[in-house]
Ligand binder design. Structure first.
Ligand code: PSU
Ligand code: MN
Length: 304
């Protein structure tokens, strides 16, 4: 049976030409990730960063029930509008039910990237183990997807309101190599460090490419690698302010009885409100930086 996955001509051509391709998730660019018009700015900056580094961007989404890797510029505005959050578990449902705009999370994007043979994927922050998960059982499907799919995911750590210690532990349990990019600790999204050690440190794209290639050579069916890049120094928010904003956002989420997939959009919106919008430029800066690092890694990998 032919794959229903539609890969853009540009992405196909880049792959055939041995150029780097970087997949991008669509949830952060939708109304679920960033407020308008910051979401559009984020998309423009991420695409620009990938192109500046000589690679080709491949936005992932499900549009009108069709899973896509690589969207035409004219289609970008569909992602920026109202969208339905689409995790890996939802892929078949979105296709069969013909969802108009399914914004793919990290788990769904990694699955689509793998299906299209795209080796590198950039996001802002991955999902992970939620605080209080001993009661709620809330662990993002992102972790399992990163472990399973043969894609290198580039992030600024996990979303800041998660239990980062448990998230790093869970990545170890799942067998995901976590590479601190120019750092010995797991980044904390809006902040440069969580203080939690990462198992390995790398200091450039060629080091990441060498690790991915070595892993593949010894274990052809190996899953993903996670590259954790701290937010640029100038864009980081002070940790004290963050902790306070987070506590307030999480308390509000609990008070409103939010659970499951609804928590992330709520907390992100609340954080923007509590930090008087300052979490938004930080989010843009880290997403753009991740896209740039991902493009450099993709270019290195494509040249091997
Ligand atoms: N981090 C952000 N903004 C986001 C997300 C993460 O700063 O919008 C999204 C990503 O798409 C991620 C998803 O894959 O949230 C995880 O959601 P959940 O915790 O429900 O698995
Ligand atoms: Mn969840």
């Amino acid at each position: 049976m032919e794959s229903p996955l539609v890969i853009s001509d540009e992405v196909r051509q880049a792959t055939a030409d041995g150029r780097g391709v970087v997949a991008l998730e669509s949830t952060i660019f939708s109304n679920l990730g960033l407020p308008s018009p910051a979401n559009q700015e984020a998309l423009i900056r991420c695409i620009g960063a990938i192109e500046d580094a000589g690679a080709v961007p491949a936005l992932t989404a499900v549009l009108d029930g069709v899973p896509r890797v690589g969207l035409a510029p004219a289609e970008h505005e569909r992602i920026l509008g109202p969208a339905t959050k689409l995790a890996e578990r939802d892929l078949g449902v979105a296709m069969a039910q013909g969802w108009a705009v399914g914004a793919t999370t990290v788990s769904a994007s990694a699955a689509l990237a793998a299906g299209a043979g795209v080796a590198v994927f950039a996001t802002g922050g991955i999902g992970g183990v939620h605080r209080g998960n001993a009661v709620s059982g809330d662990v993002s499907a992102d972790l399992g997807a990163i472990a399973r799919h043969p894609v290198t995911t580039v992030c600024a750590g996990a979303k800041s309101f998660l239990d980062l210690g448990k998230t790093v532990e869970q990545l170890e349990t799942l067998g995901v190599p976590v590479l601190g990019y120019g750092t010995d600790t797991f980044p904390a999204f809006y902040g440069r460090s969580s203080g939690i050690p990462v198992p390995h440190r790398v200091d450039g794209p060629e080091e990441v490419a060498a690790i991915v290639a070595a892993r593949r050579s010894v274990q052809p069916s190996a899953g993903g690698v996670l590259v954790a890049v701290p937010i640029p120094e100038a864009d980081a928010l002070p940790q004290v302010e963050l902790d306070e904003a987070l506590d307030a956002a999480l308390a509000a989420a609990a008070r409103d009885g939010l659970t499951g997939a609804a928590i992330t959009p709520f907390v992100l919106a609340h954080m923007a409100q509590v930090t008087e919008g300052r979490s938004v430029p930080a989010n843009l800066a880290l997403a753009e930086n991740n896209a740039s690092v991902a493009a450099q890694i993709a270019t290195e990998l494509a040249g091997r």
